[in-house]
Design a protein around this ligand. Sequence first.
Ligand code: AMP
Ligand code: MN
Ligand code: MN
Ligand code: MN
Length: 274
Amino acid sequence: MLIDFHTHTNASDGELAPAVLIARAREAGIAALAITDHDTLAGYHAAQTADLSGIELVPGVEISCVWGGTTIHVVGLGFDPAAPAMVAILQRLTLARNERAVKISERLGARNIPGALEGAQAIAGDSQIGRPHFAQWMVAQGHVSSMNSAFDKYLGQGKIGDVKTFWPTLESAVTTIVESGGMAILAHPLKYKFTRMKLNALCQDFKALGGVALEILNGRQTDDETARLKQLAGQCGLQASAGSDFHRDWQYGAALGVEAAIAGDMPAVWETLL
Ligand code: AMP
Ligand code: MN
Ligand code: MN
Ligand code: MN
């Protein structure tokens, strides 16, 4: 069975409209899908008018939060999309993203890159604004040669554009998902570039706060990484989740769909969700 519990649409920083993503998922033979846009359910709601035949669409979101000074992503699955706690945190996060965009622009301005706010806003349009929109604008303006270099030099973890002042805590993100009737999943644990000890501490904290799973697979990764993440999940008493983290067709990116058998004999969130 093919599933995919981590995907993006153009409601945040993905390229495809929700209906197009769902059509693509169907072509790929995916049985169950979650649209997990950054801090918004707009893509999930828009998908309700698409042809959903043959696909189980699970409510999803990827919440930005902060733990120990680092931005962490928590995926929520299977919650009530109308839950007041969820609606409220996403409203706050949209405001936070808009305030953050102003701050990022100020910081880029101080580095002789003026006009970034207007530029990124024009690219984002109605989508939830994020660093990728700044990166796209910086490439278009010739400030950097690629999105990657925009992140490496200005926007990535620890760089001037990595503004996390406005995010809720990890506790708040997890609690909101749980209160809304959903499962909280620690997204892409290896992307934070933590030491083993720190990653272990994050997983223990996450579990203690009410988190239920971690992504044993996110996008493209090696078998060694998957083995390491399965072991970590086991140590922390967390279940398995998995997804492509699809944003767009990209040479180095993962295609839609993950074989559910990847979890082996580990408990997996899809056993509860489906
Ligand atoms: P934000 O949600 O605004 O904090 O931006 C984070 C997003 O930027 C991630 O979800 C990725 O989609 C994207 N991203 C992170 N690193 C890179 C990179 N090196 N190149 C392109 N996109 C990236
Ligand atoms: Mn993204
Ligand atoms: Mn993420
Ligand atoms: Mn993602």
